[in-house]
Ligand binder design. Structure first.
Ligand SMILES: *[C@@H]1O[C@H](CO)[C@@H](O)[C@H](O)[C@H]1NC(C)=O
Length: 403
C-alpha cells in the first residue's frame, strides 16, 4: 500500500484541463473598430444603422463601454474574427455576452452568432443569409413574441435547428448576461445572469434525429372497429300516439272577422299556431355503446431510420472563426458588451465576475436614480412609449431572420 501512494497522488493531481479562450471583447478601447468590421455590402447603406461606442445612459463605470444600436428601424451588421478557431471536440462550447435594452425594445433581435468561414469569411456581406454555427440570444417582437433563441447548425441535415421549447428572455432596461453551453455529451444549458433558464439534451429539445418511433405501416384500423361512443337505447320505445301530435294547430282563440264574406273571401280558416303539445321528432335516449373501445390508435414501432448521433454537439465541426451581430431593430438602444467564447464554463464564470457581476449593482443604482428623476416630467414620454408599444405586432417575417 505504501508504495502505491505516489501513484494515487499523481492520479488525483492530474493536470487540470487547460481552458482556452477563443475570443474576449470588452469594447473598452477605441481600437475596437480595428477588431470589428461593419457589414457594408449586406443591405443598402440607407437601411443600415450605426453603432455607438458608449456606456449608455446608465452604467457602473462610464469608461466601461459597449456597442449600442442607435437609429430606429435599421439593420445592424458587424462581425469580428476570433483570436483562435474553436473546433468542436472534447470540450464544451461556451458563448456568453451581455445585453442591455435601454429603449424598451418593442421589436428587434439582440442575438449573437458564432460563425464558421475562416479566411473566406466575407465581413462586408455578413448578414442574415450568412452561414452560421450558433445563433443565440434575445429576440423580441410584440408582447407575445419574447424569447431567447437557441439555434444550432447541423451539418448532417445542412440545416439550422431551432430549439423546440420556449426559452425565456429579459425585457427590462438593465444589463443581463446570456450564456449558452453546448457539451460534448450532447447536453446544453442556457443561463441568464448565471441562473439556468433551460437545460436538456440536444436530441430531445432540437430536431437533430429522426423520430424514435413511427406508426406501424403494417397496422391499419380493423374494418369492424366501432367508432361510436354512444348508441340509441334499444329499450327506449317511441310512446304510442307520438306521431299523431301535429306540429301546428289552428289557433283556438282566432275568430272569423265580422266583415268576412264567404263568397268573396272563400271559407274562413283560423290561422295556424305552434302546438304546445308537440315535442318534435321522437329520438331514442342515447346510452354508452358497450362495443366502443375508444378511438383507434395506430400502433407505434421503433423507427428503422432512427439512429442516435454522438456528434450533434459539433456545431463547429469545420471550425468557428468569427462572431457577429446581424440584427433588425424597430426601436434601437440595445447595448452589447463583455463577449467571451471559451471551452470552459469556469472561465466564462470568472469573466462574468470581473464584468457583469462587478457592474450590475452600480448600474441598477444609476438606473433607479435616472428613472426617479424622470418621473415628474414624464407624462409626454409615457405617451410616446405607449405609441411605440402598439407597434408590437410588427411582422419580422422576411427580415433576413433566416434559420
Ligand atoms: C454561478 O453559478 C454557479 C453554479 O450555480 C455558482 O457556483 C457560481 O458561484 C455562480 N457565480 C456567480 C458569480 O454568482
Amino acid at each position: 500500500m505504501k508504495f502505491a501512494f505516489p501513484a494515487v497522488l499523481a492520479a488525483t493531481c492530474a493536470v487540470p484541463a487547460v481552458a482556452e479562450v477563443f475570443f474576449k471583447e470588452q469594447f473598452n478601447d477605441d481600437a475596437w473598430t480595428t477588431r470589428w468590421t461593419e457589414s457594408t455590402k449586406w443591405k443598402p447603406k440607407s437601411e443600415m444603422g450605426t453603432w455607438k461606442h458608449t456606456a449608455g445612459q446608465w452604467y457602473a463605470d462610464e469608461s466601461d463601454k459597449g456597442i449600442q444600436t442607435s437609429e430606429d428601424a435599421r439593420f445592424y451588421g458587424i462581425s469580428a474574427k476570433m483570436d483562435s478557431t474553436f473546433t468542436s471536440g472534447e470540450k464544451p462550447l461556451v458563448i456568453q455576452y451581455s445585453v442591455k435594452h435601454e429603449q424598451q425594445l418593442d421589436c428587434g433581435g439582440a442575438y449573437i452568432k458564432l460563425l464558421p468561414g475562416g479566411d473566406d469569411f466575407d465581413t462586408a456581406k455578413f448578414g442574415g443569409e450568412t452561414e452560421y454555427a450558433v445563433m443565440f440570444g434575445p429576440d423580441i417582437c410584440g408582447s407575445s413574441n419574447k424569447r431567447t433563441h437557441v439555434i444550432l447548425h447541423y451539418d448532417k441535415k445542412s440545416d439550422n435547428l431551432l430549439i423546440n421549447r420556449e426559452v425565456s428572455t429579459e425585457t427590462d432596461d438593465v444589463t443581463h448576461l446570456y450564456t449558452l453551453i453546448v457539451n460534448p455529451d450532447n447536453t446544453f444549458q442556457v443561463l441568464i445572469d448565471n441562473k439556468s433558464v433551460r437545460k436538456g439534451s440536444l436530441d430531445e429539445e432540437f430536431d437533430f434525429l429522426a423520430e424514435k418511433e413511427i406508426k406501424d405501416p403494417d397496422a391499419s384500423k380493423p374494418a369492424d372497429w366501432v367508432d361510436e361512443a354512444k348508441m340509441a337505447d334499444p329499450e327506449d320505445k317511441k310512446p304510442d300516439g307520438w306521431d299523431d301530435i301535429p306540429a301546428e294547430i289552428p289557433d283556438p282563440d282566432a275568430e272569423k272577422p265580422d266583415d268576412w264574406d264567404d263568397e268573396d273571401d272563400g271559407e274562413w280558416e283560423p290561422p295556424m299556431m305552434d302546438n304546445p303539445d308537440y315535442k318534435g321528432e321522437w329520438k331514442p335516449k342515447m346510452i354508452d355503446n358497450p362495443d366502443y373501445k375508444g378511438p383507434w390508435e395506430h400502433p407505434m414501432i421503433p423507427n428503422p431510420e432512427y439512429k442516435y448521433d454522438d456528434d450533434m454537439y459539433k456545431v463547429c465541426s469545420k471550425g468557428c472563426t468569427h462572431v457577429g451581430f446581424e440584427l433588425w431593430q424597430v426601436k434601437t438602444g440595445t447595448l452589447f458588451d463583455d463577449i467571451i467564447v471559451t471551452d470552459s464554463v469556469e472561465e466564462a464564470e470568472a469573466f462574468a465576475q470581473e464584468t457583469f457581476f462587478k457592474k450590475k449593482d452600480g448600474e441598477k443604482t444609476m438606473y433607479d436614480e435616472h428613472m426617479a428623476s424622470q418621473e415628474p416630467e414624464d407624462a409626454g414620454d409615457d405617451d410616446y412609449m405607449g405609441d411605440m408599444g402598439d407597434m408590437g405586432d410588427f411582422d419580422m417575417g422576411g427580415m433576413g431572420d433566416e434559420f
